[in-house]
Design a protein around this ligand. Structure first.
Ligand code: HMG
Ligand code: MG
Length: 286
């Protein structure tokens, strides 16, 4: 089993998308550039979504055009549909992500369609990306609990994971969107998903609402996962998941991994500096 763990940095996208006050484009660009210097290989920069739904991401094109592009870093963007994909392609996103849900309630609130309809929308996006040689990541939200439908059956997550993997997503990122998962529920969910998709193609994306995200990462490591999404400073929340806090803090994940003897390739001192800058961008102190 590999000793290297990839932290997929979410701060500029998942971290900032829920900020009520518009974060100036120049600050978003500075944040991404500072993150690039920390040694990440994957940074989610922005979302090509409807600005009416998520106004904070309205400057997606300007941010992608303004950042320094280190050749070793993959700069990704969310693309829910063909419109989003075309915009991401125009700015040469290194990879894109489609984002679905294991629960119907969240799917409807977040992307305005059912789970089955979302898969139909993703198909042409994934096909076009493959023709353009752009890797596609697939998110699944509400992998243990949904703010609208309650607990999510592990089989529902495994089913969507299998579909997205079969459609050609290179990695399936499992979102505990509201941070309600526990080591037990995350473990059970992973057992179902890993029966369908190999662990090396699965990532954990855990929000830290109850302070259990690090424990959930430990369980996931035991099950063979080697990629985790995290946001610098623990920034964030989802506009369509009321009460959800940010992703687990990148610097806390990096510290845990270091203690456990894993490599991340990240500069801990620089991470601390970027965390301070990231937190200064929030309109309300937590
Ligand atoms: P809709 O209203 O059903 O879409 O929204 P539509 O096709 O009817 O279009 C409505 C309007 O939006 C039209 O403009 C379109 O042109 C425009 P109008 O004619 O009214 O002026 N439009 C777009 N504009 C820019 N970029 C686009 C785009 N598409 C349509 N790509 C839609 C459907 C998916 C667009 C909408 O629901 C949406 O944008 N949702 C995004 C929600 C979102 O970003 N949520 C947060 C990210 S997901 C997340 O945080 C979870 C995750 O972190 C994992 C986890 O934690 O679980 C990934
Ligand atoms: Mg998220």
């Amino acid at each position: 089993m590999s000793d290297f763990v990839t932290i997929f940095e979410m701060g500029p996208r998942d971290g900032l998308q829920n900020e009520k006050t518009f974060v100036p484009t120049a600050d978003k660009i500075r944040l991404v550039d500072m993150l690039t210097e920390c040694g990440f290989r994957k940074i989610e920069v922005t979302s090509f979504v409807s600005p009416k739904w998520v106004p904070q991401m309205a400057d997606a094109t300007e941010v992608m055009e303004g950042i320094y592009r280190h050749p070793a870093v993959s700069y990704s963007a969310l693309t829910p549909n063909a419109t989003g994909y075309a915009a991401a392609k125009r700015v040469s996103a290194d990879e894109i992500a489609v984002f679905g849900s294991a629960s119907e309630g969240f799917s409807k609130k977040n992307i305005n369609c059912s789970v089955a309809e979302s898969i139909e929308r993703f198909k042409p996006v994934i096909e076009k990306a493959h023709k353009d040689h752009i890797p596609v990541r697939g998110y699944i939200s509400c992998v243990t609990d949904c703010p609208y439908d309650g607990p999510t059956p592990p089989e529902a997550v495994a089913k969507v994971a299998r579909i997205l993997f079969d459609l050609g997503c290179y990695e399936i990122s499992l979102g505990d969107t509201i941070g309600a998962g526990t080591p037990e529920t995350i473990g059970r969910m992973l057992d179902a998903v890993l029966a369908e998709v190999p662990a090396r193609h699965v990532a954990g994306h855990y929000h830290d609402t109850k302070g259990l995200a690090l424990s959930n990462i430990e369980v996931s490591l035991d099950k063979g996962l080697r990629t985790f999404d995290a946001a610098i400073g623990g920034l964030g929340g989802c506009p369509y998941a009321p009460g959800a806090k940010g992703n687990v803090a990148t610097e806390a994940v990096a510290r845990l991994l270091e203690q456990k003897g894993f490599e991340t390739g990240l500069d801990m001192e620089k991470l601390a500096e970027v965390a301070r800058f990231a937190l200064s961008l929030r309109s309300v102190e937590a």
